[in-house]
Design a protein around this ligand. Structure first.
Ligand SMILES: [Zn+2]
Length: 333
């Protein structure tokens, strides 16, 4: 009989819950607003209440839940899972989340960074199946990364990750401020908000573009509007996507040289632009990268699992213990 676990993807905006079986199939799902406020206790209580309600529904349908995996859009440290680098959920900074979660759900709980979780899910059930070294780059409101290898599972040497590799510098002149406090990071140039800002600047400059009409009609524009305009041949939008893909290619070159991936998987909303970003990224890689590393890279692909990847990955850590988080460094212990 298939086992089940609950994955809880704690985003800055949404709380996504998924009842997942050991084959990575989502059997039930729920989305709600992430509890907000300056009191971390209240935020965590809200997360616990939503998870308990979802658990009760699973139990009512006769499903036994083996445990709970929690994904966070930042990092955690130590036995009590003190929250770190909480750029998008500042009230949680330094808050120890394990004690209240253990009190509510017992000892079968685990917590990882959301892009680490999404990478695990992609390697287990998505694009990365059977791949020796897979790197995930999630591009949405921010940029997160993870590295999964067949030998080591989730590679983690800086908290539960390979560090803030989305903050690699791609603009050496540091002309653009980043949410992390640095300047010229990949995130500051390719995230959804970064694409929006660059598009607004182009509209201000007065270059003729359909994006100006979109802005007038909607009152604002999003990264998605830019990729849609590029798809139908808008030159300004095409230039913006080329530029974004070029920045990605600069970052990917360093990732290749440092992490030696066979596969780059692109997740997050911005990655849905697909070849519009991947084609210029490939060209930049071909221009900059060491052929020795470039030869090892088999493909750059858009993630297969979409928005539920992190929740699936979190649940899978419960259902496949030791496979991706090795026991000696397992944050459960
Ligand atoms: Zn940054």
């Amino acid at each position: 009989m298939s086992q089940h676990a609950i994955g809880v993807d704690i985003g800055a905006t949404n709380l996504k819950l998924a009842l997942v079986d050991s084959g990575g199939v989502v059997r039930a799902r729920a989305v709600s607003d992430t509890p907000k406020g300056s009191d971390p206790k209240a935020v965590v209580s809200g997360i616990i209440a939503a998870t308990k309600a979802f658990h009760r529904e699973a139990q009512a349908s006769g499903v036994d839940v083996a445990g709970f995996g929690f994904g966070i859009p930042h990092f955690h440290e130590g036995q009590d899972w003190e929250q770190k680098q909480t750029n998008n959920m500042p009230s949680l900074e330094g808050y120890p989340m394990r004690p209240p979660l253990a009190e509510a759900f017992g000892p079968s709980i685990v917590m990882v960074n959301d892009v680490s979780a999404a990478g695990i899910a992609e390697h287990m059930f998505g694009r990365g199946r059977g791949i020796d070294r897979m790197m995930m780059v999630a591009i949405g409101t921010g940029v997160g990364t993870s590295l999964i290898t067949r030998e080591q599972g989730l590679v983690h040497f800086s908290w539960d990750s390979i560090g803030d590799a989305g903050m690699i510098i791609v603009d050496p002149l540091g002309q653009v401020d980043c949410t992390c406090g640095g300047r010229g990071c990949l995130e500051a140039l390719v995230s959804g908000p970064a694409i929006r800002l660059r598009a607004l600047r182009e509209i201000e400059r007065g270059r003729p573009t359909s994006l100006a009409e979109v802005q007038r009609a909607q009152g604002d524009i999003e990264a998605r509007d830019v990729s849609e305009a590029a798809h139908v041949g808008d030159q300004v939008a095409l230039d913006l996507m080329q530029e974004t893909g070029n920045y990605l290619g600069i970052a990917f070159t360093s990732y290749l040289h440092i992490f030696r991936p066979n596969l780059l998987v692109l997740g997050g909303g911005v990655a849905q632009a697909g070849e519009l970003l991947i084609e210029p990224a490939r060209r930049t890689l071909a221009r900059l990268a060491s052929p020795w590393y470039l030869r090892r890279l088999e493909a750059i692909e858009v993630a297969a699992l979409g928005k539920e990847a992190a929740a699936i990955g979190c649940a899978s850590l419960i259902l496949h213990p030791g496979r991706y988080l090795r026991a000696e460094t397992d944050p459960q212990h």
